[in-house]
Design a protein around this ligand. Structure first.
Ligand code: TXA
Ligand code: MG
Length: 324
């Protein structure tokens, strides 16, 4: 691949115009979202979408999420059913991706669906992402802006570390405030089913939909419904351990809440000293990047994190990070 001089652009009108022009021309650009940074391209341009797979080194069977600015925008390309209307009206923009049927004769590239008859659809809750989607009026396919299999980026610098030299521009939008990828819910079958845990929980979705929501066996690699949930994912180069009560020497020990035996200084860092899962989510990938980059540790060990609500998303990402 020809090496590119990757620039981080600060937010201003000229840079937004530049990025919108480049996206319309078929370029791939990293943009901020509230969950993680995305590697975006025009979802109707087959060549532009193929550049995403190429830059990420992503297996081509893995479908991409397409980002829209509004319900009407989605309706141009995708079949919006009653469940989707409820979620869009009550929740969006939000860190939720809905799997819906493609419209017949949709202009969306086939690559975004990787051979399926469905599309992952999301309205991101980030002012810069929304401004870019509105200004281009394009559906933007965007997986997380990292090399395939590595930890997702929550800052422009994380993107530069992973994809520097492979893309022309990264739009800087500061820290992604949610910090883990969107919840993925399949709304294309008889029962709504969560395919990936995230910030929006099962109980929130059940309240909005007024019907029970299933979860797939998220660790089943062979599940045809969740082709992207490869077990080995989010892997930093250092080994990661979870549910650790007694870390070994030279391991970075990442805590959650107050230390279990009330000792004050056993943690190298803390996902949330007050035991707040929202704060822990926002810090998770940041800490994985930070301690993976430091030369002072042999492993990253995490104290136990409750496996309920948002803790399901955190433990899911940690489970994947522990597999080598
Ligand atoms: O928060 C997010 O969702 C971020 C930001 C950038 O929007 N994007 C993201 O994309 O995490 P990615 O490509 O890293 O993960 C997309 C997940 C994968 O597990 C993929 O298999 C699943 O969504 N997915 C996408 N389209 C699908 C489809 N049509 N059917 C089933 N799963 C789908
Ligand atoms: Mg990803």
């Amino acid at each position: 691949m020809l090496k590119k001089d990757t620039k981080i652009l600060e937010y201003n009108k000229d840079n937004i115009n530049l990025i919108c022009k480049e996206l319309t021309k078929g370029e791939v650009i990293a943009i901020p979202t509230e969950t993680v940074y995305g590697l975006s391209a025009n979802a109707c341009d087959e060549l532009a979408v193929s550049k995403i797979y190429h830059a990420k080194g992503r297996p081509s069977f893995n479908p991409l999420i397409v980002h829209f600015h509004s319900m009407d925008h989605i309706k141009e390309y995708v079949q919006v059913n009653e469940w989707a209307i409820k979620i869009i009206e009550n929740l969006c923009p939000a860190p939720i991706t809905m799997i819906l049927k493609r419209k017949e004769n949709t202009k969306l590239s086939h690559l975004v669906s990787a051979g399926l008859d469905t599309v992952g659809v999301r309205i991101p809750d980030h002012p810069i992402a929304l401004e870019i989607i509105k200004q281009t009026n394009l559906p933007l396919s965007a997986p997380s802006a990292n090399s395939s299999g590595l930890v997702s980026p929550t800052t422009a610098e994380h993107v530069l570390k992973s994809l520097g030299g492979r893309i022309p521009y990264i739009m800087n939008g500061g820290n992604s405030h949610v910090g883990v990828e969107s919840t993925v819910i399949d709304l294309s079958a008889d029962i709504p089913t969560i395919l990936r845990y995230g910030y929006i929980t099962q109980s929130t979705l059940e309240d909005i939909l007024g019907t029970p929501v299933n979860t797939v066996n998220i660790n089943d690699d062979n599940s045809p419904k969740s082709p992207g949930m490869m077990t080995s994912h989010y892997a930093p180069s250092l080994p990661v351990f979870k549910d650790v009560l007694h870390p070994k020497d030279k391991q970075a020990y990442i805590g959650f809440g107050i230390p279990h035996d009330n000792e004050q200084n056993i943690y190298t860092d803390n996902l949330s000293t007050s035991g707040d899962l929202v704060e822990a989510c926002a810090n998770l990938f940041k800490f994985l990047h930070k301690y993976d980059d430091s030369n002072s540790y042999t492993a990253i060990a995490f104290a136990p994190i409750p496996n309920t609500g948002l803790g399901l998303a955190i433990n899911d990402r940690l489970n994947r990070a522990t597999i080598r």
